[in-house]
Design a protein around this ligand. Structure first.
Ligand code: ADP
Ligand code: GLC
Length: 462
């Protein structure tokens, strides 16, 4: 008997819709909860990419209209099964979700109607539960797109008998993305006026959807213990550290996990050869294949190959990378970068790659299979994030014997053990001072470690 009912409300779920790690967690964590005995179900918007990839679904009875400000919207609800067989519900509203991207386009930025899009999604949570006559013990909300649902639950839903026993958990995946809109949008939320206050969603005269999640949820989690502490100080708190300090007895930092079925070099069908920690030979073939794929000549295959897979965003440390690139290419090494997102950062990285074609190659797109091939084929994985709530790629790297080089922040700090400090149990390299020397010295240390094949193999196996 599964008696803890969890509704996982989230704006992206891999493999149907993904811009980053949130989608991976939304794919992996519900299954883990199911194995722990929960009745877990997922709810997400029916984006164009999701519609294209979902083959079979059934249509649930249409709920009554959803009121957003003075508008009443007709929506649809679909039901299918997630890749791991859990019930997955999708909110259909073509004019909102049937678009090329999830939140905005690289060149023109966020969609202007994002407030309406995610108010509607948040309100539809109740409609879904009513339609199913299934009421969750836990409404598990994620990031700003679902923050308002915590407010709806607090002001309205929990007073209804069906929701009386439900509680809300809000998970912060990235505090920097808050869904902040001009105060005039508040009337669209249909929340009582008292919610537009310092103790509510108001934020310097604006309406802050993430803050709704922070102040109105029963419990808060974030995706690593270190980030859980960092966001309570002004450097990482993005203006909300005071709110988080006030709720610190309700905030838990829990490190994300990875889906070991999706990210497993022993079974991964995207990579040139399979391998595992006791049989590493296949990794060499993956490197050769990756070098060929990026057009590096074969005679360079003894050089260390670094990989980067990243949203093109300031958070990911491209500024520091550009600062050191002229020295980096002389070390010597090769680097392959897979990145999509901010167009301006993409152009700058492309310019340096064009300057150093013998060392750096870039693929400026979102390519899931190539991400697997880079994890498998690279010797090291570079993640110089300015801050990182958790980070999944360094954990995929650990799984693929690809040694991570990371900034000691957030989840990077929690998931990588520095071999420079702990030679027998270390799993990667960390730098502690966020500047050019800090990063360059650590890359140099990794390169010199790489020369000792015995030590390196032991590190990979760990
Ligand atoms: P974030 O969520 O901040 O982007 P994470 O490290 O948690 O960072 O997760 C990033 C996820 O997105 C990983 O699964 C990574 O492989 C994937 N990813 C990022 N950029 C790309 C890209 N250009 N192509 C394919 N996958 C990407
Ligand atoms: C966010 C964070 C990232 C984290 C991911 C999944 O996108 O930037 O660090 O791994 O969410 O929780």
């Amino acid at each position: 008997m599964r008696n803890l009912r969890v509704l996982f409300c989230v704006s992206e779920v891999a493999p149907y819709a993904k811009t980053g790690g949130l989608a991976d967690v939304a794919q992996a964590l519900p299954v883990a909860l199911w194995h722990l005995g929960c009745d877990v179900r997922l709810f997400m918007p029916l984006y164009r990419c999701a519609r294209d990839s979902i083959k079979t679904f059934s249509i649930l009875p249409a709920p009554p209209t959803i009121s957003v400000g003075v508008h009443d919207y007709h929506v649809g609800l679909l039901e299918t099964r997630s890749t791991s067989g859990l019930p997955l519900y999708l909110l259909e509203k073509e004019e909102f979700y049937d678009r090329s991207d999830l939140y905005g386009t690289p060149d023109f930025g966020d969609y202007e109607d994002n407030p309406e899009r995610f108010i509607t999604f948040s309100l539809a949570i109740r409609s879904l539960c009513m339609g199913l006559n299934w009421f969750p013990s836990i409404l598990h909300l994620h990031d700003w797109q679902t923050g308002l649902a915590a407010a709806y639950h607090h002001f309205y839903w929990r007073h209804e008998p069906d929701f009386a026993n439900s509680r809300t958990v809000f998970t912060i995946h990235n505090l920097a993305y808050q869904g902040v809109f001009p105060g005039k949008y508040f009337h669209l939320t249909n929340l009582p006026w008292e919610a537009f206050s310092l103790q509510g969603v108001e934020f310097w005269g604006n309406c802050n959807f993430l803050k709704a999640g922070l102040v109105y949820s029963d419990h808060l989690t974030t995706v690593s213990p270190c980030y859980g502490k960092e966001i309570q100080d002004s450097e990482h708190g993005c203006g909300l550290h005071g709110v988080l300090q006030e709720r610190k007895d309700r905030l838990s930092g829990i490190l994300n996990g990875i889906d070991q079925a999706v990210w497993n070099p022993g079974t991964d069908s995207c990579i040139a050869a399979n391998y595992n920690s006791s049989r590493l030979e296949g990794k060499r073939r993956c490197k050769d294949a990756l070098l060929a794929e990026f057009g590096f000549s074969k005679d360079r295959s003894e050089l260390p190959l670094l990989g980067m897979i990243s949203r093109m965003a300031v958070q990911k440390g491209f500024g520091l990378f550009l600062d050191i690139v002229d020295e980096l290419v002389n070390l010597p090494l090769m680097l392959v970068i897979l990145g999509a997102g901010d167009a301006e950062i993409g152009r700058m990285v492309q310019t340096v790659a064009a300057r150093y074609p013998n060392n750096i190659r870039i693929c400026n797109e979102f390519n899931e299979h190539l991400a697997h091939r880079i994890e498998a084929g690279a010797d090291m994985f570079l993640m110089p994030s300015v801050y990182e709530p958790c980070g999944l790629n360094q954990m995929y790297s650990l799984r693929y014997g690809t040694i991570p080089i990371v900034h000691a922040t957030g989840g990077l700090n929690d998931s990588v053990v520095d071999v420079q400090l702990e030679p027998h149990s270390g799993t990667g390299f960390k730098f502690y001072h966020y500047n050019a020397d800090g990063l360059l010295d650590t890359i140099k240390a990794a390169l010199s470690f790489f020369k000792d094949k015995g030590e390196w193999t032991a590190l990979q196996r760990r």
